[in-house]
Ligand binder design. Structure first.
Ligand code: THU
Length: 130
């Protein structure tokens, strides 16, 4: 199964009663294991979490720390774009050349990279004097 197919399946489990916008994410870690996440909204809106955040949390809980590839899917008119916060979360565990596959339910796919999604990202090097 491809990462997009995995993301499509887990998207069905999203808890999105407020936005009605279900998102699924699947990532392959450097170990080869695949981790899944979906958005989990909350009646206190800011407490909701994105699909990417869920997949990353699952990866860390599973004992992996490096993303080799990540895919995100939603029922959007064009391939879904990870929010700024999720771009930063992905960058925490991925090198810039890591492939990011963004897709619609209709089958439109856009392939990009972590570096392209988050140019000039804040990273640990900026804290090297601390
Ligand atoms: N959302 C994600 O889970 N990932 C994205 O990449 C974009 C947005 C969620 C957050 C919220 O539950 C809903 O989509 C609408 O913003």
């Amino acid at each position: 199964m491809t990462l997009i197919e995995s993301a499509r399946l887990v998207r069905e489990n999203a808890h999105a009663p407020y936005s009605k916008f279900k998102v699924g994410a699947a990532l392959r870690a450097s170990s080869g294991l695949v981790y899944h996440g979906c958005n989990v909204e909350n009646v206190a809106y800011p407490e909701g979490t994105c699909a990417e955040a869920g997949a990353i949390a699952a990866m860390i809980a599973g004992g992996d720390t490096a993303i080799a590839e990540i895919a995100v899917i939603a029922d959007s008119p064009k391939p879904v774009s990870p929010c700024g916060g999720c771009r930063q979360k992905i960058a925490e565990f991925a090198t810039g050349d890591v492939k990011v596959v963004l897709a619609t339910l209709d089958g439109v796919v856009h392939e990009t990279t972590v570096a392209a999604l988050l140019p000039g990202s804040f990273d640990a090097e900026y804290m090297s004097r601390v």
